[in-house]
Write a protein that binds this ligand. Structure first.
Ligand code: XMP
Length: 319
């Protein structure tokens, strides 16, 4: 009968048959799919796999360092940390249209990946964390015209353009099976249970123009919010939770003084597949405590709101 242990051994064997002793590159996003694909490939071919982690400057607090440290230092993968924050943030300067943000980021992502991958001597294969549902319905899973991280990674036409063959070791699996395979391969449970994170990252959680100042504030507020959710044991009940920093300053009081700082919105939803979603019914105590913590701990925010829109008619992200 079928076990994940047997599947793992079979998958390793298949990768070795396909790739032999040739070299493979992959884009590591820190998401579950690309992570499981990378670890499985590493088990099969070791040093012949090189991962490129593109850091676009739109990641959460400490995210890049944590992902790179885990794969490089803890799991011994060869990981190139492409520090391209200035490139992406420079290109996004003055951009406020959500789809222009997505296109700008998606295009640069491919350019950057190609540039780093081009420096890896003798690479013949591109690995992707394509899942079975991606194979049967190769449409955007967000239900909109979005460029998804999948479409960044399942970069249509890129393998041919770069003269690479594809390796897709998760092609037969559903999401829950990928998580199980990840556990089987020794990825930490907190990593496997992480909420989905969009390819354009914080860019679409910063409605309007993106500035480094807003991104810094957003990262800190988001970290406090997620910490609250974990402390109250709610993380695994929620599909996605994040903060959006709003393009508006409001007046507040602090001690004897008056503040004029950004407002933010907390978002948390339950969902099965991201296509529809309900807002999460936090207790008022939880919301009050979280608002107090964010305002006390994050300089630059003086007002906190909770987004109670479901999808439809809202979307999960703010942009
Ligand atoms: P929305 O906001 O459309 O989001 O209700 C549905 C799911 O898709 C994610 N999302 C994206 N993922 N690139 C991505 O990789 C994108 O451009 C993008 N837009 C939305 C969102 O986080 C949610 O899980």
């Amino acid at each position: 009968d079928w076990t994940m242990e047997a599947y793992r051994a079979e998958a390793v064997k298949k990768i070795r048959e396909q790739v032999g002793d040739r070299k493979v590159i992959c884009a590591l996003s820190g998401g579950v799919d690309s992570s499981v694909a990378a670890v499985l490939l590493h088990e099969a071919i070791g040093e012949n796999l090189t991962c490129v982690f593109v850091d676009h400057g739109l990641l959460r607090l400490n995210e890049a360092e944590e992902v790179v440290a885990m794969f490089r230092d803890h799991m011994n993968l060869r990981v190139i940390h492409a520090q391209e924050q200035d490139l992406f943030l420079g290109a996004l300067e003055g951009v406020s249209d959500p789809e222009v943000k997505r296109k700008t980021i998606g295009k640069l992502f491919i350019d950057v990946f190609q540039r780093y991958a081009g420096e890896i001597e003798g690479a013949e294969f591109l690995a992707q964390g394509t899942l079975y549902p991606d194979v049967i319905e190769s449409v955007s899973f967000s239900g909109g015209p979005s460029v998804t991280i999948k479409s960044h990674h399942n970069v249509g036409g890129l393998p041919e353009k770069m003269g690479l063959k594809l390796v897709e070791p998760l092609r037969e699996l559903f999401k829950d099976e990928v998580r199980e395979l990840g556990r089987e391969l020794g990825l930490p449970p907190h990593f496997i249970g992480r909420h989905p994170f969009p390819g354009p990252g914080l860019a679409i959680r910063c409605p309007g123009e993106i500035t480094r100042e807003k991104l810094d504030i957003l990262r800190k507020a988001d970290a406090v919010y997620i910490d609250q959710i974990r402390k109250h044991g709610l993380y695994d009940e929620i599909w996605q939770a994040f903060v959006a920093i709003l393009p508006v300053r409001t007046v507040g009081v602090m001690g004897d003084g008056r503040t004029y700082d950004f407002a933010c919105a907390l978002r948390a939803v339950t969902s099965v597949d991201g296509m529809t979603a309900d807002y999460y019914p936090f207790s008022h105590d939880f919301l009050g405590e979280t608002a107090t913590r964010i305002i006390n701990e994050v300089r630059g925010i003086n007002r906190v709101t909770y987004d109670i829109t479901s999808k439809p008619p809202g979307t999960i992200e703010w942009e």
